[in-house]
Design a protein around this ligand. Structure first.
Ligand code: G3H
Ligand code: 13P
Ligand code: ZN
Length: 306
């Protein structure tokens, strides 16, 4: 199959009340974990890469890994730039054959965010590439780490003007999630009323970043083999299914994949001290990642939709 766009996958998802998982990939192992999960679940899937992954792996290597997955897999796959930080990065990815890009202007003023998003849309749309933007600002660990006190929930009054002025295809909203493994100190709850209001105002598919659930079984396994992750806490799965019923059509998952992968690397190294074949360490880690992704596809309702 050829790459499809996020819009191709997300419009039917919003219409039919499910969400497509957008999984961050960094290398061969994570790419094939997600491709195998989608194939086994018969699910459409979005593979996304951040600017820091592009720096780590190289644009040509990482984009061609995902393009190869799309060619070989019997399910539709989108290649998406996650948290594109500026116009130039978005254009580089469009030129490299990405089918979708995010321009993350959440750290800019409203007018500057409109301006840069509009410029990206004007380059992307003629090439058949879909565009995601963000209104509001999530807390947590990303390239530009945002402190909790600087997080801003999406203003429902601003979304209609933003979408109209930019022509963006999909919109990421801030409703109380955050990036990384430490999302809540007290009650784990999303502002679903805010999401409902936003959803009533705009019909385009919505995106939820920072949506990892930080499964406690995986955290315990990591800690058992030497990690120090006490206090890690994520989004309850019930909040995610409610968010899907209110218009969320793409759910971003990175942390849960990283946790599963590294917990299993720790386990393999501890249990087989005589092994020095990387495939016997990375293979089980890839399989653990795949199982997490398959569980998300079932939870989000995208299983069987390809
Ligand atoms: O927001 C996305 C990530 O979880 C942070 O990814 O470490 O690849 O920049 P990164
Ligand atoms: P998590 O850190 O919750 O996995 O969020 C990932 C994300 O939003 C990537 O854009
Ligand atoms: Zn994100």
């Amino acid at each position: 199959m050829v790459l499809v766009t996020n819009k191709d996958l997300m419009v039917p998802a919003r219409k039919n009340g499910y969400a497509v998982g957008a999984f961050n990939v960094q290398n061969l192992e994570s790419m094939s974990a997600i491709a195998e999960a989608a194939t086994e679940e018969k699910s459409p899937v979005i593979m996304q890469v951040t600017p820091s992954v592009i720096k780590y792996a190289g644009l040509a290597y990482i984009s061609n890994l995902v393009k190869t997955a799309a060619e070989l897999a019997p399910v539709p796959i989108a290649l998406h730039l996650d948290h594109g930080g500026d116009f130039e990065t978005a254009v580089k990815c469009i030129d490299a054959g990405f089918s979708s890009v995010m321009i993350d202007g959440s750290f800019l003023s409203f007018d500057e965010n409109v301006d840069v998003t509009k410029r990206v849309v004007s380059v992307a749309h003629p090439k058949g590439v879909s565009v995601e933007a963000e209104l509001g600002k999530l807390a947590g660990v990303e390239e530009r780490t945002v402190a909790e006190k600087d997080a801003i929930l999406t203003d429902p009054e601003a979304v209609v003007e933003f979408v109209k002025k930019t022509g963006v295809d999909t919109l990421a909203v801030a409703i109380g999630t955050s990036h990384g493994a430490y999302k809540f100190k007290s009650e784990a709850k999303l502002d679903l009323e805010r999401l409902k209001t936003i959803s009533k105002k705009i019909g385009i598919p919505l995106v939820l970043h920072g949506a990892s659930s930080v499964p406690q079984g995986i955290v315990e396994k990591a800690n058992k083999y030497g990690a120090e992750l006490s206090g890690a806490k994520g989004i309850p799965e019930t909040e995610l299914t409610k968010a899907i019923s209110l218009g969320i059509a793409k759910i971003n998952i990175d942390t849960d994949l990283r946790l599963a992968f590294t917990a299993t690397v720790r386990e393999a190294l501890t249990n087989s001290p005589k092994n020095f074949d990387p495939r016997k360490i990375l293979g089980p880690a890839k399989d653990a990642m795949k199982e997490v992704a398959k569980g998300k596809m079932r939870l989000f309702g995208s299983s069987g939709k390809a």
